[in-house]
Structure formats: structure tokens, C-alpha cells
Design a protein around this ligand. Sequence first.
Ligand code: 77L
Ligand code: MG
Length: 214
Amino acid sequence: TGSSRPQRMLKAVQKNATKGDPQSVISAIDHYCRHKEWAMNVGDDKGLILDSVLTEVNPSTALELGTYCGYSTVRIARLLSPGSKLFTVEFNPAFAEVARQIIAYAGLQDKVTLVEGSSGDLIPKMKEQFGIKYFDFVFLDHWKDRYVPDTKLLEDCGLLKKGSVLLADNVICPGAPEYLKYVRNSPRYESRYYKSNLEYTKVEDGLEKSVFLG
Ligand SMILES: O=C(NCCO)c1cc(-c2ccc(F)cc2)cc(O)c1O
Ligand SMILES: [Mg+2]
């Protein structure tokens, strides 16, 4: 049987990027996905917004829901301060396998813990399993119908503190309409929409940044 899209993306990284150089890994994936084969990475346009929000928050403990091939994992981990940690959750074992190799190729394996499984099952276990008190930053990029239930789960498990920042991908395309309603109508969040484009296209998409007010 042939290779998968994630496997071809990994090959492109191994061929075109420099081991231990996160920026070259990001550029190799963006080039491949723009010129050879589209893939659902957050991409370079929305990636610049992710970089800027991440740098502003400078989290000690960050969570990513939806690793896919590890592109945004690398974008986030490369900007973390020494000693800070990123936990990333991926349900699909084939995606997780490629992501581990891309994260390692970038040399960021010591900053990242990739947890395989369903976010709904894993979130309630994170405090006890990893000794996490709070997440200062959460990047939501997994199944769009899981954004609301998992946000409620993070609240109920006491994993958000006053000032924790949620940043959600794809709120326009494919869309997360219930999530936008939830964070924009809740008195517990201060929300803002960052207009951009769906990765590697001219289609509109954007990121919603929501600050938890406690
Ligand atoms: O499903 C997504 N992620 C969770 C699975 O890991 C996802 C999908 C798309 C997308 C797909 C098909 C299309 F036509 C348009 C958008 C884009 C994304 O950024 C995404 O994160
Ligand atoms: Mg996405």
C-alpha cells in the first residue's frame, strides 16, 4: 500500500529541513503544503497570529488539542521559555506517529509531551497524570464539535485560571459556530476574532482568542 499524506509531509521535512532547526521544519511544511499537497496545518498566515498571541502569553504550561502532524506543536514549542512545557493531544495514532518524528526532527521533544487518545477522556486525567495545576494557554485545533464540550471540561476540571488564554483555529472554515456563541455570550470570557485565511488558500478563516476571566 502507498504512503499517506502525513508520511509524505514527514519525507518533505527530512529532505528539506535542517535537524534541530524548528524554523526550517515550519518552512519545509509550508512550502510542501502550498506547492505540492494541501494539508490541514494551521499554516503560515494564521501561524503568525498564533506566534504573536503565544509570545504575548508566554505560557509556563500550554495545551494543544489536535496535534495532526505537529506543525503547530513546533510553532508553539519553539517559542516557549526554558522550563515551560507543551502538552499536545492527538486521537489518530497514524497522525501521532508522524507528529512525534516531526517534533523530534525539530529538536523540541524535551519541551513537548504528546498524549495519544481522546481529549474528552484525557483532560480529566491531566492534573493527576502530569501534575498540572493550570494551563495558561490552550490551542484548540481538533474536531470542531469538541471545542465546546472540551472547553467546559477544562473549566470543570479546574484547569483554567484567571487570565488563561484559549486560541481556537477554524472558527469560520470548517467553522465552530456553537463555540463562537459559547465564548462570545459567556460572561466568563473576553473574546476577540483575528481574521485570516484558511491555510494555503484565499478562503476566509480566522482564530478566536478568548481570555478566561475566572
Ligand atoms: O478537521 C480539522 N482538524 C481536526 C482533525 O485533526 C481541520 C480541517 C480543516 C479543513 C478541512 C477541509 C476543508 F475543505 C477545509 C478545512 C482545516 C483545519 O485547519 C483543521 O484543523
Ligand atoms: Mg485547524
